[in-house]
Write a protein that binds this ligand. Structure first.
Ligand code: PG9
Length: 610
């Protein structure tokens, strides 16, 4: 008898389980609504609103504005990026920016904002009008709005803080580009980011919804090499149909077009609280958040301006645990920590008045030691700027070189055989499984045997060296050509016999890197030919690090003159506009990196005093 009705016992157990689950998910269940919100010029923007199913209190808004499709944002209760905030309860609002996906109006890549009082629309006025509509039309709001987002969505968030709506109190720009000519997606120091520039622009401007360029071959290194001069992109493939590609051609130098777009020229301090977020190995927009933070500091934002920098690639803090990037392990879930211990309490304080609001000025992850550090100022004060010098025979050391003036290391840079920026095959940037997103952590041994890459390294360190803050490369170099690219990479070399993780033995991990297009050594506005075979000084901003080179590791610097196809090939013959160079303009050049007393190439490291 008992055996026969045994299954009846399951019913109360199951009901209890479902009851517990329902309790757990309270506050996680959201109702979706889609509306078209009219802007001041009549254009209507598709907006998706998620409200908690059971509203118990008046709630603030969390707004994201995106070119990538507001519908991509899954229900907040199922979305890792915002989960801790979804548990708290917010009204989440996601909007297609003007001209993208289901929004009306014309899309313009990173449309700059117009001065206050202008009648023109821009992303700041669109944010303003959206906020105004939400406050008036969505019931049970508490009158406060936060904006946040990553990359383009981070940029639209910070644009919200330009001419802000009074209800906008907190903005977290995360990996927002700040300057597309100086250091973000499209150029670095004037060097054009060919593969990313082309593939991204195609993805956004070939159609109203996201589209990918379909390459006929897998290894795009070959495709870009066979492409020849950049003019072939229009001639053979896109036929002048991509506005941003046409802008690249029309604005090869740092002219008013790029300057006007730079966030630092649009930002002002306001009542808005800003949290900037960056990743040490962000392959797209590392420069941006550092620059926005620095600009707000200079404008006196004071405690309204904070920064978080973690061991992440582009946007890695939003998804995944963040305990590993490429081959590099961190030993703790750094992205989880950001979402639960940093982002959620920060918004909860400014939008809901919860917590004590004690947020450090800077929270930055120290790589190498794998620890989080908090600082009352950033970059940290009290470090000692010390040069580490290149020496003949491939040595790197803190001793100043004593070699005679003409001491150098030479290599031939050939545009027909450019150095790949990551191990081949180089899959298309946005292809599923592409190694694009972790390329900055690739083992640099893959270029070790190339004759056109030169390396300098220290002996194994006899103690830890902690480096925190701004770093700079000071290169003394000459070329037989009339233009040249200079790429400098600062590398942490793991010991060969690496007991804790044998597969990482000898690994060469890039900690900082940057390129400078030589023609811009004196001015980004006015390119100048290089005088062949004459030594010139090149200062290359390697941005910032917070890293410990551990005892037993070596510090290495590599110099090379191409990083293809991420960066287009420098023809090495000076032409006024590289976008209009012909195949005949590309020539081999002999590069010399000086290592002498008179021309002491070095890297300036901000060393933390013991
Ligand atoms: N890095 C991307 C981007 C932002 C802004 C302009 C162009 C590209 C992004 O991930 O959104």
């Amino acid at each position: 008898m008992i055996k026969q009705y045994r299954f009846l016992l399951i019913i109360p157990l199951l009901s209890f389980y479902l009851f517990v689950k329902a309790q757990e998910s309270q506050g996680l269940s959201y109702i979706r609504e889609e509306v078209m919100i009219s802007m001041r010029d009549g254009a209507r923007l598709r907006t998706i609103i998620y409200r908690p199913a059971a509203i118990l209190e008046k709630l603030p808004f969390l707004l994201t504005r995106t070119p990538y499709g507001a519908h991509q944002f899954i229900e907040p209760g199922k979305n890792d990026y915002v989960m801790p905030m979804a548990k708290e309860g917010y009204i989440f609002v996601n909007q297609d920016i003007r001209g993208r996906h289901k929004s009306e109006g014309t899309y313009q890549m990173m449309r700059s904002s117009h001065p206050k009082g202008s009648k023109e629309i821009d992303e700041s006025t669109d944010a303003y009008d959206t906020i105004d509509w939400l406050l008036k039309n969505i019931k049970n709001n508490n009158g406060k709005v936060g904006m946040y987002g990553i990359s383009y969505d981070g940029w639209t968030a910070i644009m919200g803080a330009v001419k802000p709506h009074p209800a906008l109190v907190a903005v977290s720009e995360q990996a927002s580009p700040a300057d597309m000519y100086m250091g973000d997606d499209f150029h670095h120091n004037g060097a054009f980011r060919l593969s990313y520039g082309f593939e991204y622009v195609f993805s956004q401007e070939a159609a109203k919804t996201d589209t990918t360029f379909s390459f006929p071959i897998y290894d795009t290194y070959d495709w870009y090499l066979k492409l020849g001069p950049l003019s072939n992109i229009n001639e053979k493939y896109v036929h002048h149909q991509l506005p941003t590609w046409n802008n690249f051609i029309q604005h090869p130098d740092y002219d008013a077009f790029w300057q006007k777009q730079a966030v630092s020229n649009q930002l002002d301090t306001s009542h808005v609280q800003v949290m900037n977020v960056a990743g040490w190995w962000d392959q797209e927009d590392f420069y941006g958040p550092l620059k926005i933070y620095e600009t707000l500091e200079k404008k006196g934002a004071g405690n309204k301006n904070t920064i978080v920098i973690g061991p992440w690639n582009h946007g890695q803090w939003a998804y995944w645990a963040g305990d590993q990037l490429g081959n590099i392990k961190f030993g703790s879930p750094t992205s989880d920590k950001f979402r639960t211990e940093i982002q959620a309490p920060w918004f909860a304080y400014y939008l809901k008045g919860k917590g004590e609001g004690r947020f450090p000025k800077a929270i930055t992850y120290q790589t190498g030691s794998n620890t989080w550090k908090t600082y009352s100022e950033w970059p940290v004060a009290g470090v000692m700027a010390k040069n580490i010098y290149f020496h003949g025979c491939g040595k790197l050391s803190f001793e100043t070189p004593q070699e005679p003036a003409n001491q150098y290391v030479a290599y031939v840079s050939d545009p027909a055989h450019p150095v790949p920026y990551r191990p081949r095959p180089i899959e298309a940037t946005f292809q599923r499984g592409s190694r694009w997103s972790s390329w900055l952590t690739e083992d640099q041994r893959f270029v070790k045997d190339r004759p056109d890459v030169v390396s300098f390294e220290t002996d194994p360190l006899d103690q830890d060296i902690a480096v925190s803050g701004k770093i700079l490369a000071n290169l003394y170099a000459a070329t037989s050509g009339t233009d040249a690219d200079w790429i400098v990479k600062l590398i942490d070399v793991y010991p060969e016999d690496y007991k804790s993780e044998p597969t990482m033995g000898g690994y060469e991990l890039m900690i900082a890197s940057e390129i400078l297009r030589g023609r811009y050594r004196n001015s980004f506005q006015k390119p100048e030919a290089i005088v062949p075979n004459k030594v010139a000084q090149y200062s290359i901003d390697l941005h910032q690090i917070n890293h410990v080179f551990k005892k037993g590791h070596k510090i290495m610097v590599q110099v090379q003159s191409s990083w293809f196809p991420l960066y287009d090939r420098n023809p090495q013959r000076f032409v006024l506009n590289i976008f209009k160079a012909t195949a005949n303009d590309y020539q081999k050049a002999t590069q010399r990196i000086y290592t002498s007393k008179q021309y002491p190439s070095s890297i300036t490291l901000p060393i933390v005093k013991q």
